[in-house]
Design a protein around this ligand. Structure first.
Ligand code: GDP
Ligand code: MN
Length: 393
């Protein structure tokens, strides 16, 4: 799950990382009021930043400075409603504009191959790191954290020096270690600070001082671990999820959309993968992976059917149920109910074996569903129906 910059900054702040103060505004007037507060606090300019779940907002015109509350309102008005890479801007972050001395890149990412958290740092910050990786791969410094001990002080110091942050060693070490702490505290997949910036500020006596701050923040959370962090679900942005993904999540279904034409409804992840393989072997392309889970009741089956049919590319459906805890007759009832509500008619091949398969067969026959005894037969019939040569259900 991706979260907005402002929410990512809240998580960093909760882990004591240095993040400049900000407010979120949904309207131009809200941005003006927020800006007034920062100007009253001594800011010379404010920064207005589009809150959308994509990178490169700066380049797209979604990050702008303003020198007065009026200008802040104007800038916010221009940014709100803007389309950035297909995302509509609905809110902006407002903060005192930083005077940037130098921009760095620092991130912590889950390195699945190593089974460790990987820290990546670079003195080439502010720009897209993919570009740096392409042109100057040697400019990216990599260090793995220890799974038990985290990022050790010497590793963090080593990373900071290699990044050219020797002059801000203490802050850099705290931030690098803080990224790892943040990763672990929230089960994040990625915590990225770009730019991590040396900024110039007025010190306590008015003389300028330099400080290292997290100017931008991107955090993605592991969806599978959200159950361990009940508070984080509230950070989910509707734009982060396709409508079919949301419906699947709310119905408790595991659904992944694919490019093919044959909708698959299966119980169990292993059986779902096998079913997809068999569809391919029979010459077809699965339109999705869909696991209705164990013990699925009729309403869940109906929800699954709606999600499959919402994909206009689907022109045949293969239902493959191995009844264990899941009862075949429940699934059959769900299919009958779903078909009654269905807005378009698509051939459906049903194979139900296991618990209550006989009852399911009776129900399906009464409702004139097309059934198959074996999985190979079901896959072949589904592919045939998808090509429009088979008899429709
Ligand atoms: P992104 O383009 O989506 O990654 O958004 P960022 O928050 O990283 O902003 C893009 C760029 O805008 C940064 O690399 C900075 O150069 C600039 N920027 C962001 N915030 C400030 C700020 O407070 N002051 C100044 N002067 N520039 C900023
Ligand atoms: Mn950035």
């Amino acid at each position: 799950m991706k979260i907005q910059e402002a929410d990512a900054k809240s998580l960093l702040l909760a882990q004591s990382l240095p993040v400049p103060d900000w407010e979120v505004a949904h309207t131009a007037d809200g941005a003006r009021i927020a800006a007034e507060r920062f100007f009253a606090g001594g800011a010379e300019r404010v920064v207005i930043k589009a809150q959308v779940l994509v990178g490169g907002r700066g380049k797209a015109g979604g990050v702008k400075l303003a020198a007065s509350p009026d200008e802040a309102a104007q800038v916010a008005d221009a940014i709100l409603g803007m389309d950035i890479k297909g995302m509509t801007v609905r809110k902006v972050l407002v903060g005192a504009a930083a005077e940037i001395v130098k921009e760095f890149y620092l991130s912590a990412v889950l390195d699945r191959a190593e089974g460790r958290i990987l820290l990546m740092g670079s003195a080439e910050g502010g720009v897209e790191i993919e570009q740096v990786a392409l042109v100057h791969p040697e400019a990216i410094i990599r260090r793995h954290a220890d799974p038990l001990l985290g990022l050790l002080d010497y590793q963090a110091r080593d990373l900071a020096f290699a990044m050219g942050l020797g002059g801000h060693l203490k802050a850099a070490v705290a931030i690098a270690k803080g990224l790892v702490t943040t990763m672990r505290a929230y089960d994040a997949d990625l915590v990225e600070i770009n730019p991590l910036a040396i900024v110039r500020e007025a010190g306590p006596d008015g003389a300028p001082v330099e400080r290292l701050v997290c100017l931008d923040a991107k955090v993605t959370l592991d969806d599978s671990a959200l159950a361990r962090h009940p508070g984080l679900e509230a950070l989910r942005d509707p734009d982060d999820e396709a409508p079919e993904d949301r419906e699947a999540r709310e119905a408790g279904l595991t659904f992944i959309k694919l490019d093919g034409t044959i909708g698959c409804m299966v119980n169990g992840a292993g059986l779902a993968m096998t079913t997809m393989d068999l569809v391919k072997r029979a010459g077809g392309e699965p339109a999705n992976f869909l696991d209705i889970g164990g013990g699925a009741r009729a309403d869940k089956v109906a929800a699954a059917m709606r999600i499959i049919l919402d994909d206009r590319k689907v022109n045949a459906i293969l239902v493959n149920i191995f009844g264990g805890i899941t009862r075949g007759d429940e699934v059959a009832r769900g299919l009958i109910e779903a078909r009654a509500q269905q807005t378009r008619d698509v051939p459906m091949i049903v194979r139900i074996v296991g618990t209550n398969a006989a009852e399911a067969a009776v129900l399906l026959e009464q409702a004139r569903f097309q059934t198959a005894a074996s999985l190979d037969e079901a896959a072949a019939k589904a592919v045939e129906a998808s090509r429009g040569t088979g008899a429709a259900a």
